[in-house]
Design a protein around this ligand. Structure first.
Ligand SMILES: Nc1ncnc2c1ncn2[C@@H]1O[C@H](COP(=O)(O)OP(=O)(O)OP(=O)(O)O)[C@@H](O)[C@H]1O
Ligand SMILES: [Mg+2]
Length: 77
């Protein structure tokens, strides 16, 4: 592990996110199919990514449609 960064992971056991959607969920106003019509505007992950970029960090997702999702934040110290 690179000690210049703090690695923060946030995991769930929700519905998971397909590879195709993983490429889109950080776009502004994007909601994937099963989320359309539910609360939220598709902005949260976009703002998270913008903020991580400003501090020279990263946010990425790993997900499996049967197991859930893991968001990984790399935060410069
Ligand atoms: N942990 C998760 N598991 C499965 N799908 C997710 C997860 N987080 C986000 N998504 C999908 O990515 C989409 C975009 O997420 P995002 O947080 O940007 O927006 P939102 O939660 O829909 O609305 P907002 O954050 O603006 O209230 C969601 O609508 C949902 O389809
Ligand atoms: Mg959200």
């Amino acid at each position: 592990m690179n000690s210049d960064f703090i690695i923060l992971t946030i995991e769930d056991n929700g519905p998971g996110i397909s590879k195709e959607d993983q490429a889109k969920i950080f776009d502004a106003y994007y909601k994937k199919g099963i989320s359309i019509g539910t609360a939220g505007d598709g902005i949260g992950l976009y703002v998270a990514k913008e903020n991580m970029t400003i501090i020279h960090g990263t946010i990425t997702v790993e997900s499996n449609l049967t197991k859930g999702s893991k968001f990984i934040l790399t935060i410069p110290r």
